[in-house]
Design a protein around this ligand. Structure first.
Ligand code: MN
Length: 206
């Protein structure tokens, strides 16, 4: 199709690569169907508003007030959906080191007291998000690390924060393997975080 400005970004690893922490079928459906749907919806919404097709996802989610009201909510949900998942999948790796590295490791210890305490607080944010959404480790304008969560497909960029790591807590992210046990999914997520990548992102921002 023409005018398909936004694309489903291929995963940087196989669907099975995050086993046993995140199962193959969840990854296939999550990436191949859920994210694909956000991409298709976003392209569909912008078909009649081609002036926004050249915008980046980051520009869109930080300038929602500039969009026509008729498409604003749809674009918010679907552009956020594409951006959040691109970030989420890019920040996971089958070769995870399991602990933070570099400057980010130092900043996590300084901010939260220890990595263990960070995990406690991050998990609390992930479990405390009622319904669907995301939990984040993010950076403020004055370069402080904060843990926060957002509803639906909202991205912390819209709140003036920079994402460092994020976890999808929509049920589609974990239900096939973990059912109602979001806490177990969060515990296992810590096994697949790409801390090298997170440290690069952090180091480029501070
Ligand atoms: Mn998702």
């Amino acid at each position: 199709m023409s005018n398909q400005k936004f694309q489903l970004k291929p995963l940087p690893y196989a669907y099975s690569a995050l086993e046993p922490y995140i199962d193959t079928m969840t990854m296939e459906i999550h990436h191949g169907r859920h994210v694909k749907t956000y991409v298709d919806n976003l392209n569909g919404l912008l078909e009649s508003h081609p002036e926004f097709q050249s915008w980046s996802l980051e520009q869109i989610v930080t300038n929602l007030d500039k969009l026509p009201e008729s498409i604003r909510t749809g674009v918010r949900n679907n552009a956020g959906g594409v951006l959040n998942h691109d970030l989420f999948f890019a920040h996971l790796t089958p070769n995870a080191g399991k602990t933070p590295v570099g400057k980010l490791a130092e900043a996590i210890t300084e901010t939260f007291g220890s990595f263990d305490e960070f995990k406690v607080q991050f998990k609390k944010a992930a479990l405390g998000r009622f319904g669907s959404g995301w939990a984040w480790l993010a950076l403020t304008n004055d370069k402080k690390l904060v843990i926060t969560s957002t509803p639906n497909q909202d991205n912390v960029l819209a709140e003036g924060l920079q994402p460092i790591i994020l976890i999808d807590v929509w049920e589609h992210a974990y239900y096939l393997k973990y059912q109602n046990k979001r806490a177990d999914y969060v515990d296992q997520y810590f096994n697949v975080i790409d801390w090298e990548k997170a440290n690069q992102v952090y180091s480029d921002l501070v």
